[in-house]
Ligand binder design. Structure first.
Ligand SMILES: CC(C)(COP(=O)(O)OP(=O)(O)OC[C@H]1O[C@@H](n2cnc3c(N)ncnc32)[C@H](O)[C@@H]1OP(=O)(O)O)[C@@H](O)C(=O)NCCC(=O)NCCS
Length: 202
């Protein structure tokens, strides 16, 4: 049984375990040192608080997705970045889609109006996931990072969460973790259960 639920401070170790292999061995993230638990908890609690979700299979965190500020300056405050990482063992079972569907619903409900994601190229899984949930390509930063021995391109994707955009937007609200939800039809690591198909930052 896979559930998707709000992440809390106690989940920092599980999130770190999922993220660490990407820091040490993948250009999907440009972070070069695995963040410690206190640092991860600080990111989760950063004000104004934004959603952090985990996918949990039989008590083990197998993936997470979160929103963060797009940029610090005030006029960007209706725009959020989104990121997602899943343990390799659970790729391609619909969990990415299920996590992102829930994340985007929560971000939209808080009053954010645009979301963005940067994807180090190539990354067919991430490009397909972002496109499948409605992101559109906005441009590519060529050779923007030197990571794991090579210069890397990062493609940016964006999506409006409201159309038309309001001429005088209400302030986004801080996230308050809600209730746990089952992950729909997603196939868990045991092959059963599972996230429905309809349901990083670099
Ligand atoms: C990117 C990632 C989150 C996708 O999650 P996932 O659970 O494997 O994806 P899903 O099973 O939900 O599939 C979502 C879509 O992507 C497609 N997809 C998944 N993996 C794919 C792959 N390797 N190649 C091509 N398409 C792929 C699926 O077919 C599906 O498309 P559809 O909705 O049109 O059928 C996951 O692969 C991952 O954690 N990758 C490593 C970390 C990473 O790159 N994170 C993103 C940083 S920008």
């Amino acid at each position: 049984m896979v559930i998707i639920r709000a992440a809390g401070a106690a989940d920092a170790a599980g999130i770190q375990a999922v993220y660490a292999p990407y820091v040490t061995g993948s250009p999907a993230t440009f972070e070069e040192a695995v963040p410690g638990l206190a640092e991860l908890r600080a990111r989760m609690a950063a004000a104004p608080r934004k959603p952090w979700l985990v996918a949990e299979a039989d008590g083990e965190i197998v993936g997470y997705a979160y929103a963060s500020a797009h940029h610090a300056r005030a006029s960007y405050r209706w725009s959020a970045d989104t990121s997602i990482y899943l343990a390799a063992a659970v790729h391609r079972r619909g969990l990415g889609r299920a996590l992102y569907d829930r994340l985007l619903a929560e971000v939209r409900a808080l009053g954010y109006l645009n979301v963005y994601a940067g994807i180090t190229l190539p990354n067919a899984a991430s490009v397909t996931l972002h496109t499948a949930v409605g992101f559109e390509p906005t441009g590519v930063y060529r050779n923007v990072g030197y990571r794991l021995g090579a210069w890397r391109d990062v493609a940016y994707f964006g999506m409006a969460l409201a159309s038309p955009l309001p001429p005088a937007p209400a302030e986004p609200r801080p996230w308050r973790p809600g209730t746990d939800l089952p992950a729909g039809d997603a196939h868990g690591p045991d092959g059963g259960g599972g996230a429905t198909r309809d349901g990083g930052d670099t």
